[in-house]
Design a protein around this ligand. Structure first.
Ligand code: HEC
Length: 210
């Protein structure tokens, strides 16, 4: 009915008499849901980035007590070789390679190296403060830079350094004795004032064969 033809019973114009045009409701619940979902996705992504360990089956944080090993209540028992291998895979493998052979001309081998197998004094120092300049390993001269892992304040605690060194001293046919965290603690204290990487000549006094 149009406004032009007034209703004889009800004189109110049609547009005032009839129900308002239907329209879509503003969809607050689903907007809210979308917002919550995106927060969930964002938080999950953060969580994965933080804790997934790149989905590497060898990743394991031995500092988390009881994770996957010891029974609840007792302290986690850390197998130094297994822990050392994980540390090696995560921190050393890109340069020294999984087979411990290094990269010809660039990164020296750890397999068969007397720096690794002989006395631990030089070895622990290399790990803590790094090494640079010419060094002879298995008869070949290398001249690169090995990063420092354990200067005071680093998150490489004494037992971490001990684990990775114990691992490289017993892998690939190497026959070095295990390195204890007490040794690492002593050498860390002795070298606390040092800030630079070691050179091979500087390490000679700790490494009689060189
Ligand atoms: C960025 C590459 C790089 C990473 C990562 C690295 N190294 Fe090295 N490393 C070197 C280089 C280069 C040298 C030789 C330094 C020089 O020329 O003076 C070296 C030397 C060494 C040496 C003494 C020489 C030898 O071959 O025996 C040891 C031991 C060693 N690294 C152990 C490790 C361990 C253990 C890790 C992991 C915790 C590690 N490195 C991580 C590059 C690296």
């Amino acid at each position: 009915m149009s406004d032009a033809t007034p209703n004889p019973v009800d004189p109110t114009p049609a547009h005032e008499r009839e129900n308002p045009e239907p329209h879509e409701q503003e969809n607050f619940p689903s907007l809210l849901l979308l917002f919550l979902c995106s927060i969930l996705v964002f938080v999950s992504a953060l969580y994965l980035q933080r804790y997934s360990g790149n989905f590497d089956p060898l990743v394991y944080n031995e500092e988390v007590q009881g994770a996957g090993s010891a029974a609840a209540g007792s302290a986690a028992v850390v197998d130094p070789i297994a822990a050392g291998k994980r540390l090696f895979v995560n921190n050393c493998v890109t340069c020294h390679q999984a087979n411990g052979q290094g990269l010809a001309g660039v990164y020296p081998p750890l397999a068969g190296s007397d720096w690794v197998n002989d006395g631990e004094e030089a070895l622990v120092r290399i790990l803590i403060h790094g090494m640079s300049g010419p060094v002879v390993v298995n008869g070949v001269t290398y001249n690169g830079a090995m990063p420092a892992f354990g200067p005071l304040g680093s998150n490489w605690k004494d037992d971490k350094i001990a684990h990775v060194l114990t691992y490289i001293r017993q892998e690939w046919g190497n026959k070095g004795a295990p390195v204890t965290k007490e040794t690492v603690a002593r050498i860390r204290a002795e070298t606390a004032a040092r800030t630079k990487a070691w050179t091979a000549p500087e390490l000679a006094e700790f490494h009689p064969k060189k």
